[in-house]
Design a protein around this ligand. Structure first.
Ligand code: G6Q
Length: 558
């Protein structure tokens, strides 16, 4: 089998990228660049914005406010070439098993490829499977939206509750939130992810079981949190109907594990496909996106896929130095691995994107938050930053102090829209004025002389100026990328998400990390299952450390 040779070719053969001349050249260049201030680079080059920005249909990417020169970008492009990024990209799109630790293809891009060209995985034409799944989603979402799918008592479905967690929740929920303005509200869509009963209890309290449809979204159909919530939902429904046949009318599943879904009680016709070549955190393009299709209508869901596909086309065809996802990945590596930044902020200036940083946090940190390379050998360079953030304006009145003056430099992505989807008087102008001001301030900063002159002009005493001036100095030189969207829409949002997904893939390849597994998530899961048994039995296992034992005993006292 071809995948065997693929695995063998990766095993024990990775020359650390750190030993390449491309890497050495970037590192040597970084030590020279550290003493340069970005505002000098702007002074020297009036066309810096034109040189370091890319205009694509859905958005403009300005990356000129990074500590870079033409030489930097050229050295980084050579690093990308040395990593064989184009060959790896082609392998991913062709369905090679680049998820080496799980021996799987990585084909979320196929889910949004609108061409009918066959693509075979293990002899199965997945293009056909994807199309069949989309057809099923269309039929189902139309019936729900038009009120043709009835509950057990003959009433229409008014509320859909999606039960899933992690990749089976964050993507669809983030998109549903972002595209609220595009919903005709024919159905209310809710999301339950937390095993804390408070969440499901609050969501179900005002609902009438006769009008509710549950989607159990779980690729594995074994995730404890999702199964616990699904069981609660099942009890809630059957307590009202007392009739098992009601289940088929109120429960559907999205899963790669049909057997488990069926033994849970879900009708086999009500199961939507998932495949092992789609990672959870990249799965919103599959039937995991069913709640999006129900909320917005299937045509809007297709627009989301098309927007992502357009960005994939750009990723596949644009040369490295004009390739937005590759450039974003290279800049992250430049800022973190070479210049030492430890975290990165995602700062949307668009209310609709309020869940974006949480989504990106999973996408990047679960993919690349690792410290061994493809061969399992320890990596001795900084890999990816921790990702955090939140809505820009709210952040300005909270954590931006840290961005401007902390001793840690936090590179940030600013994401805003030219047009608001909900124009209200002059709100958008105020919002965007802040959006532009912040990246300028982070880049330029204010030096001591400027602070002193300003305070003097305000009539402050010399004594006061001496005391306060150091506190008002902003060193600036803080890197930002600006993504200026046309307007949030299914299509542009699709492109934005695909931009980041492809960026994450590029980071993984250059840093030689397997981006598509998540063993770090498994460890705690296994332990929690064991402890849950102890809590149920009321007996404490002696093998725990004293802290864990002490905490569990204290919990058991109640
Ligand atoms: C994503 C991760 C993880 C996963 C959840 C839910 O890439 O693998 O977040 O999506 O643990 O898993 P199930 O869909 O199998 O319930």
């Amino acid at each position: 089998m071809y995948y065997g040779s693929q695995l063998v070719s990766m095993k024990n053969k990775t020359d650390s990228i750190k030993h390449s001349s491309a890497w050495h050249n970037v590192a040597a260049h970084a030590s020279k660049m550290k003493d340069i201030h970005m505002s000098d680079l702007f002074d020297r080059d009036p066309s810096r914005f034109d040189n370091f920005s890319i205009k694509l249909k859905p958005f403009l990417l300005d990356y000129s406010k990074n500590l870079i020169t033409h030489e930097t970008m050229s050295l980084l492009a050579t690093l990308a070439k040395a990593s064989k990024i184009e060959q790896w990209r082609n392998k991913m799109f062709a369905g090679e098993r680049i998820n080496s630790t799980e021996n799987r293809a990585v084909l979320h891009t196929a889910l949004r490829n609108r061409s009918s060209k066959p693509l075979h995985i293990d002899g199965i034409n997945i293009t056909e499977e994807i199309q069949n799944s989309l057809n099923k989603m269309k039929l189902f979402s139309d019936r729900i939206r038009q009120g043709l799918w009835k509950g057990y008592s003959g009433k229409r479905i008014t509320d859909v509750v999606n039960i899933g967690v992690g990749g089976s929740n964050l993507g669809p929920q983030m998109v549903t939130e972002a595209l609220k303005q595009y919903s005709d509200n024919s159905v209310n869509v809710h999301y339950v992810s937390n095993v804390d009963g408070t969440q499901i209890a609050n969501i179900l309290r005002p609902l009438n079981p006769e009008n509710v449809l549950f989607i159990i979204s779980s690729k594995t159909f074994t995730t404890t949190e999702t199964m616990t919530n699904a069981n609660t939902a099942m009890k809630w429904l059957t307590a009202s109907s007392f009739d098992q046949s009601a289940i088929a009318k109120h429960f559907v599943a999205v899963s790669a594990n049909k057997e488990n879904a069926i033994s849970f009680g879900i009708d086999k016709d009500n199961i939507f496909d998932m495949w092992d070549w789609v990672g959870g955190r990249f799965s919103l393009w599959s039937a995991i996106g069913l709640p999006i299709a129900i909320d917005l209508g299937f045509e809007r869901f297709i627009e989301l896929l098309e927007g992502a596909h357009e960005l994939d086309q750009h990723f596949c065809n644009a040369p490295i130095q004009e390739n937005a996802p590759i450039i974003l990945a290279l800049l992250s590596i430049w800022n973190c691995t070479f210049l030492g930044a430890q975290s990165q902020a995602i700062l949307p200036y668009d209310q609709s994107l309020h869940m974006l940083s949480a989504y990106m946090q999973q996408a990047e940190m679960e993919s690349n938050g690792k410290s061994v390379n493809w061969d399992g050998v320890d990596i001795d360079y900084n890999t990816v930053p921790s990702i955090w953030g939140g809505l820009g304006i709210d952040g300005q009145h909270a954590f931006y102090q840290y961005l401007h003056q902390s001793s840690n430099v936090v590179p940030a992505d600013f994401i805003g829209s030219k047009k608001s989807i909900t124009p209200v008087q002059d709100h958008h102008e105020t919002l965007m004025a802040n959006f532009f001001a912040q990246t300028q301030a982070l880049m330029q900063g204010v030096n001591e002389q400027q602070v002193r002159e300003d305070l003097k002009a305000k009539g402050r005493t010399e004594e006061y100026i001496d005391k306060i001036a150091p506190h008002k100095v902003h060193k600036g030189n803080r890197p930002t990328n600006t993504i200026l969207m046309q307007q949030i829409s299914p299509r542009t949002l699709g492109s934005l998400i695909a931009l980041y997904e492809n960026k994450i893939f590029v980071q993984g390849i250059i840093l030689q990390i397997c981006s598509f597994d998540q063993w770090g998530v498994e460890l705690g899961k296994g332990l929690a299952n064991k402890i849950q048994k102890e809590l149920k039995m009321g007996t404490l296992n002696d093998s725990h450390d004293s802290s864990t034992k002490g905490l569990i005993s204290c919990y058991m006292e109640q």
